[in-house]
Design a protein around this ligand. Structure first.
Ligand code: 3HC
Length: 352
């Protein structure tokens, strides 16, 4: 491995998941948080996730101990001084990221590669926050990081190609499938996914039952309905991603629904807060209180799925990514049973 020692800054849902992926891949990993309480939450996330894998018979207790043994938790940035690669996974606030990169500039080795797991900010803009913009690469994992195979590798105009290549092969060695692309709002997967999630929230706002919307998309073989998925991702994150894509596309389909804004402003952030579109039995749980069986509608499904397929066709035709990349993004990043271009081929509306 080119990167034997890796650091992760920020141990929220994604940062803790990334730290677990690294430790599972045999990497000596340091996880950094701002205070002891946040650090404890990050540690507990990894401990619970690996304990669940043991219960499910997917890990032995011995393997779990080894994974946890590769993880060090700290609130001291200087512990990143010997790292080959540092991945930033703090909340999506440019000022906060700028602060983190200013600290990394001080403590990281001059030859260390820096990475950001941003899902909604521009990698090029974040690169402007470090004195080493050529060292910065985007590495975008998907939630749950341990499960989803896709990792988008994003290069800015200033990223050094050898760093992009090194990170790409590192991610492949971790058992993930990298898709390497340029910097654009939403990259590949979120740009396509949120062209479906955003309109699903808009539809819920018009009064269509959330259970029916979810049932309609599940009928197409998606692993979860769009509103359930938004609750899993976190509604605050969904809002940020939609705002960023909307600023770039100007499409009404990417305009965040008022309902989404309202839920976020109320602190209903999805599973992590115990309630979002659905109410959960406790914060962090995926068990819905008093679940209602939805009725699938082919019309609702097509209303959401058809434009998503067109988005993918336009993305590939624009040359931003290949048909294979678009398909990999949606099947390996979001668990869709079939990629959008493959779906268009099945419909007989795609010419290679
Ligand atoms: N952490 C770790 N592992 C988890 C997990 C979690 N939070 N949730 C599920 N798993 C594991 C389970 O342990 C299980 O593994 P096993 O079979 O080896 O025991 C496996 O995943 C399947 O779990 P379950 O049987 O409990 O549940 P499902 O079969 O319903 O699968 C799911 C859960 C993998 C989350 C599936 O529903 C899915 O793929 N959903 C779509 C997720 C998605 O689209 N993610 C991308 C969101 S976009 C994003 O993250 C980008 C960001 O920028 C916004």
């Amino acid at each position: 491995m080119a990167f034997g020692k890796v650091g992760v800054v920020g141990l929220g849902t994604m940062g803790a998941g990334i730290a677990e992926v690294l430790a599972r891949g045999g990497i000596d990993t340091v996880g950094i948080e701002v205070n002891e309480a946040a650090l404890e939450r990050g540690r507990t996330t990894v401990e619970n996730s690996t304990a669940r894998a043991v219960t499910r018979g997917r890990l032995t207790e011995e393997a779990r101990e080894q994974i946890l043994g590769r993880l060090t938790f700290s609130t001291d940035f200087t512990d990143l001084g010997d790292r080959d690669l540092v991945i930033e996974a703090v909340p999506e606030l440019i000022d906060l990221k700028a602060k983190v990169f200013a600290q990394l500039d001080k403590v990281c080795r001059p030859d260390a590669v820096l990475a950001t797991n941003t899902s909604s900010l521009s990698v090029t803009e974040i690169a402007g926050a470090t004195t080493r913009p050529e060292s910065l690469v985007g590495v975008h994992f998907f939630n749950p990081a341990v499960v989803m195979k896709l990792v988008e590798i994003i290069y800015s105009e200033r990223s050094r190609p050898e760093h992009v290549e090194a990170v790409t092969s590192f991610v492949r060695d971790l058992g993930k499938v990298p898709v390497t692309i340029g910097d654009r709002a939403g990259f590949v997967a979120n740009r396509l996914l949120f062209g479906l999630l955003g309109p699903a929230a808009q539809l819920a706002e018009t009064g269509v039952a959330k259970e029916d919307i979810d049932a309609s998309l599940k009928e197409l073989g998606l692993p979860m309905g769009p509103l359930t998925l938004m609750d899993l991702i976190g509604l605050d994150t969904c809002l940020e991603v939609l705002e960023s894509i909307h600023a770039d596309s100007g499409s009404p389909r990417h305009e965040p629904a008022g309902l989404l804004r309202k839920l976020v402003s109320e602190g209903s952030l999805g599973r992590k807060s115990g309630g979002g579109f659905y109410t959960y039995d406790r914060a962090g749980s995926g068990t819905v209180v008093a679940p209602v069986e939805g009725t699938a509608s082919a019309e609702v499904a097509e209303q959401l799925y058809g434009p998503y397929l067109q988005d993918a066709a336009e993305m590939v035709k624009s040359g931003y990514c290949t048909a294979d990349d678009a398909d990999a993004a949606m099947t390996l990043g979001c668990g869709f049973p079939v990629g959008p271009i493959a779906a268009l081929r099945e419909r007989g509306t795609w010419q290679d």
